[in-house]
Design a protein around this ligand. Structure first.
Ligand code: AMP
Ligand code: GLY
Length: 418
């Protein structure tokens, strides 16, 4: 019988997951909670918040859901996986305690220290004076991270002492982020890349590596965002680099989590940096990355339902096959993002593009027209036999989207071709 799947989340990442599931011959019906206007073309959207665990569980039971896939960290961090498992519902994602590898920077750093996993040196503080004295001794540049889920906003790379001091005041004195606690890290330098792996307790299955572009404007200028574009096929990451990252970082982390009683059963995302002294961990995430997922999953040649279902039910994952093609995605964001922006602008031209559009923040107005409904609105993903081809195509196709309130970067992937 055809399978019924529920995808939790509402962004471009979840659209890419829904799209991959819709390619599975086993999947008969896909629901998304809450989904978005683009996801609605491939799944039935249900108006349940991604962190409303009780309502999600009730929906899954009432609708005979065979498998649930969790997109966002917020749902994992409130324990959706633990609740579903207790109810006997198969679900793909980590338990609440395993999710701490993302939700607590201090937990992640201590785990890495105990198990000799290469990362920046660090100290944790909850006292402003002590933190300030520490930075007086260690100097700048330095990196200050708020300890807790802060949706990418809790990291300050301080080039000067004044910047560092301001960040400490913000995080430890104003309590603007909630309960004050920071991790102060050694500043590292080098190209960053994202390595996502499917993890089934003790075994790992790597996905193609990708690179995100976090700054808002061309030339990596402007404020940090949720990600303005991404691509696969990174020329500066060799086969040896990848093997090193798997053998010295990803597998030891998976083993460490399992040996300490928090086995990983979902996606482990390594935000890694290739420094002059080797590859090091910048951060771990307990979920698919966004926008990396939108460029990685289109390359999956295997049936994603089999992968999710095997991990959700503790069975062996069969070999996973990936295309060798290159993909590149350009995010269209509302003018003003990541600051304040207006919503409700009509989007046209989607029917003219020869590329995939994954929706991130869209909705329909009363007339049924597609409108902007978020900071990041959609990502246009093109594919080619090599990166230059994918880049050229993505840049051509993105121009066909008509909307007066959107902007995008024009240099996604440029660093790779220099
Ligand atoms: P995170 O949220 O930990 O990924 O940090 C966000 C961004 O801050 C990263 O993508 C890096 O560009 C930068 N960053 C974080 N930690 C460091 C570090 N130790 N050294 C240099 N840059 C860092
Ligand atoms: N692309 C970074 C993240 O998903 O956190």
């Amino acid at each position: 019988m055809g399978k019924r799947v529920l995808v939790i989340g509402s962004g471009g990442r979840e659209h890419a997951i829904v799209d991959a599931l819709s390619r599975s011959p086993q999947v008969e019906k896909i629901y998304a909670a809450p989904g978005n206007a683009g996801i609605a073309c491939q799944a039935e959207c249900v108006a349940i918040k991604d962190s409303d665990v009780a309502a999600l569980k009730e929906f899954a039971l009432a609708n005979h859901i065979d498998l649930t896939v969790v997109g966002p960290e917020a749902a994992l961090a409130v324990g959706v996986v633990d609740e579903f498992r207790q109810a006997g519902l198969p679900i793909f994602g980590h338990t609440k305690s395993a999710t701490r590898i993302e939700s607590s920077k201090e937990f992640a750093k201590e785990l890495m220290k105990r198990h000799n996993i290469p990362t920046a040196a660090y100290q944790t503080f909850d006292n402003y004076d002590q933190a300030r004295r520490y930075i007086e001794t260690t100097g700048t540049p330095t990196v200050i991270k708020y300890d807790g889920l802060a949706a990418g906003k809790g990291v300050v790379v301080a080039m000067t002492f004044e910047e560092a001091d301001a960040a400490l005041k913000d995080m430890l004195m104003d309590e603007s982020f909630g309960k004050g606690r920071v991790v102060i890290e050694e500043y590292l330098e080098g190209p960053e890349f994202s390595l996502m792996c499917f993890v089934n307790g003790s075994t790992l299955h790597p996905m193609p590596v990708a690179q995100d572009h976090k700054r808002a404007y061309d030339g990596d200028k402007g404020p940090n965002t949720g990600g303005m574009g991404a691509y696969t096929t990174l020329p500066f990451i060799t086969e040896d680099d990848l093997q090193y990252a798997i053998d010295k970082i990803m597998q030891p982390t998976i083993d460490a989590m399992a040996s300490e009683g928090y086995p990983l059963t979902g996606v482990l995302y390594g935000g890694l940096m290739k420094t002059a002294t080797g590859i090091k961990v910048i951060e771990f995430n307990a979920r698919f990355g966004d926008p990396e997922t939108e460029v990685v999953l289109p390359l999956l040649d295997s049936d994603i339902f089999d992968i999710f279902a095997a991990i959700a039910t503790n069975r062996t994952v069969e070999d996973i096959h990936w295309s060798k093609d290159a993909t590149l995605g350009i995010v269209l964001a509302s003018k003003g993002y990541p600051g304040s922006y207006e919503k409700g602008f009509v989007i046209d031209g989607l029917d003219k593009i020869d590329a995939t559009a994954y929706h991130m923040g869209t909705a329909r107005n009363g007339e049924g027209e597609l409108i902007t409904a978020g900071g990041r609105v959609m990502i246009i993903v093109a594919r080619g036999t090599n990166l230059a081809e994918a880049m050229q195509k993505a840049n051509t196709e993105v121009e066909k989207i008509e909307c007066e309130n959107l902007f995008h970067r024009t240099d996604i992937g440029h660093k790779a071709l220099k």
